[in-house]
Design a protein around this ligand. Sequence first.
Ligand SMILES: *[C@@H]1O[C@H](CO)[C@@H](O)[C@H](O)[C@H]1NC(C)=O
Ligand SMILES: *[C@@H]1O[C@H](CO)[C@@H](O)[C@H](O)[C@H]1NC(C)=O
Length: 308
Amino acid sequence: MSRVPLLLGLFMGFVFVGVAFAAAATATAKFDELFQPSWALDHFIHEGDLLKLKLDNYSGAGFVSKSKYMFGKVTVQLKLVEGDSAGTVTAFYMSSEGPNHNEFDFEFLGNTTGEPYSVQTNVYVNGVGNREQRLNLWFDPTKDFHSYSFFWNQRQVIFLVDETPIRVHTNMEHKGIPFPKDQAMGVYSSIWNADDWATQGGRVKTDWSHAPFIATYKAFEINACECPTVSSKSVEDLVKRCSSSSSDGKKYWWDEPNLGVLSLHQSHQLMWVRAKHMVYDYCSDTARFPVMPVECVHHSHTKVVGKN
Ligand SMILES: *[C@@H]1O[C@H](CO)[C@@H](O)[C@H](O)[C@H]1NC(C)=O
Ligand SMILES: *[C@@H]1O[C@H](CO)[C@@H](O)[C@H](O)[C@H]1NC(C)=O
């Protein structure tokens, strides 16, 4: 007799958890709930649910999350500078602090009117970057909002554009390669003038007669483990706090076993992006790296495995 209510209870509990996950996965927040301006407050324009950051000949602008996070998913919807955006860079990134910081970057490099925006990504581990990849998107990112996300757990970091993976940084600690999973990260975005390098190798300069340059944001989502910003806690405590654990039954969605690697569909998407849209990969830049960076060996391996 008592079995039925118990099972029903379990079932209801399951449904409830499912709903809670679904709700958490789609809840978007207002800018002020998660972020604050970090510089040039007078270059912020709030228009209903939209936030616009302005770059002119006086200043760019930037914002930062109020909290720091470990693991999970962070997404913004972004519409890039319309028309002539040459010389400008709009960045969306996660970063920890200090000389040995970790960082995941999206940098959107402007272009002259009609020429494609480029998306440069980079990964810093223990203060070292030099892992640039570049692609030209399969749509015009200035015409509409598109979502740009970081998914991060202890197995991998995935960069996603409209949920399509464009880059994966895999944990290869078993081969002695450090992986960024011991530092809480803030979430940042900014727009600034970088005409010394951004567009066509720095040959095309910012045309200030076309200012202001405006990047527009909406629908901020952070579904991640929040870490106390002022904390005396050790790294081990932070990692533990944000990891699922069998001892106390704590479970985080990003630790689900199926999120430890790309799904087959995702690895096909990534292969498509790399084949059709990638214009630069540090892994194949033999002039810059006569010896292939260690983590790149894995990239080419993934490709071969993915073809099966
Ligand atoms: C910035 O641009 C405005 C409008 O074109 C111009 O009046 C002003 O002198 C410029 N300021 C600087 C610092 O270049
Ligand atoms: C800008 O357009 C040129 C010409 O189409 C292209 O080669 C380049 O990759 C584009 N992006 C940047 C950032 O220069």
